[in-house]
Design a protein around this ligand. Structure first.
Ligand SMILES: Cc1cc2nc3c(=O)[nH]c(=O)nc-3n(C[C@H](O)[C@H](O)[C@H](O)COP(=O)(O)O)c2cc1C
Length: 324
């Protein structure tokens, strides 16, 4: 299975499955000498951890980071950094009944079609356990760009709505907004590697995402140029725009304004309610999904969105410093 790596200069490769022994990441291209403390990585992983409230999956994982290579005396050595997060709370028997069934809107059918077979336990590689590795790598990416700040918020739904869905054995979608500040102008590339295109790819690679918009996004399609154009001015010698419909990126390159984007998450596919599906032989089946699931993916995805943004920006920052 290819497609497990992301990034150009700061390049990550994630590995591992939901109910395997561990998940992890190998980072190639981290600048030597970068100060990295285990606790900085742990802090980000703790934000992503499951089982922290009623409104997340009941799976309880310590998500303890272990550094295997590439960091010595709290400094990157310049060699590949390898990080591992062990899976400790797997309950694979929960998935035995689902072994031959295709969960609606989950990746069972598509994985079987592509690979001929799959690790059915806990969703295998399609599980959000894989995102532990992204968050660990994102914590290091943030160290490369410490002057950039991220504010990531859940726009919708509210906790009551999530709880109501959970109690009904159902799930609900959600919307996350990320505002990134203190970005230097000039990051990104003009054609295929546009900064907004890279952010879109990063966000849509997170499991369960269905939409990405930057700045005015889809609303821009209903506006006039005179309303949408961001007038240019200078403030204390800095070039700025009066409004920020661009969301901080013009022509694929950052303009120094805040980068503002939103990511839409679908309702969690695994729900306890009865649904119609088929088994691997194509016979009609009714499915009721037991086990531990997040009633709202978006609630847990805030640090994942932020980590993926940090990975893109750290990579672009290194590119801009070296190969303009
Ligand atoms: C933080 C997070 C938690 C998730 N939890 C679940 C879950 O408990 N149950 C589930 O069916 N899907 C969950 N998902 C989504 C699935 O991994 C995803 O829907 C599945 O891999 C199919 O991929 P797609 O929705 O991107 O097409 C979660 C995703 C994220 C980011």
């Amino acid at each position: 299975m290819s497609g497990n790596s992301f990034g150009t200069l700061f390049k990550i490769t994630t590995w591992g499955e939901s109910h395997g022994p561990a998940t992890g990441v190998v980072i190639d291209g981290c600048p030597a000498g970068l100060k990295i403390h285990e606790k900085d990585i742990q802090k980000e992983l703790d934000r992503r951890k499951p089982g922290q409230s009623q409104s997340t999956t009941a799976r309880k994982e310590a998500d303890k980071i272990e550094i295997l290579s590439g960091i010595f005396e709290n400094k990157a050595t310049g060699t590949p950094i390898s990080l591992i997060i062990r899976n400790t709370d797997t309950r694979s028997k929960d998935y035995e009944k689902l072994k031959n069934l295709y969960r609606p809107s989950h990746a069972d059918f598509t994985y079987d079609e592509k690979y001929g077979f799959r690790d059915h336990r806990g969703g295998g590689r399609a599980s959000a356990r894989e995102t532990t590795a992204r968050v660990a790598a994102g914590a290091i990416a943030k160290k490369i760009i410490p002057f950039i700040t991220f504010k990531t918020t859940l726009i919708s739904p509210d906790f009551k709505t999530i709880e109501a869905a959970r109690k009904e054995g159902d799930s609900i979608g959600g919307l996350i907004e990320c505002v990134i500040q203190n970005i230097p102008a000039g990051l990104g590339s003009p054609v295929f590697e546009k900064l907004d295109a890279r952010l879109a790819q990063a966000m849509l690679s997170i499991p369960g995402t269905k939409g990405f918009e930057i700045g005015s996004g889809f609303k821009g399609a209903e506006m006039k140029g005179s309303e949408h154009n961001d007038e240019i001015l200078t403030k204390k010698g800095k070039v700025m725009t009066k409004t920020n419909h661009a969301g901080g990126v013009v022509g694929g390159i950052s303009n120094g304004m805040d980068i503002i984007f939103r990511v839409a998450f679908k309702p969690t596919a695994s729900i306890a309610k009865k649904q119609q599906t088929i088994d691997q032989k194509g016979s009609k089946k009714t499915i009721e999904i037991e086990g531990r699931h997040d009633p709202c993916i978006a609630l847990r995805a805030l640090p994942i969105v932020e980590s993926m943004a940090a990975l893109v920006l750290a990579d672009e920052y290194l590119i801009q410093k070296t190969v303009k």
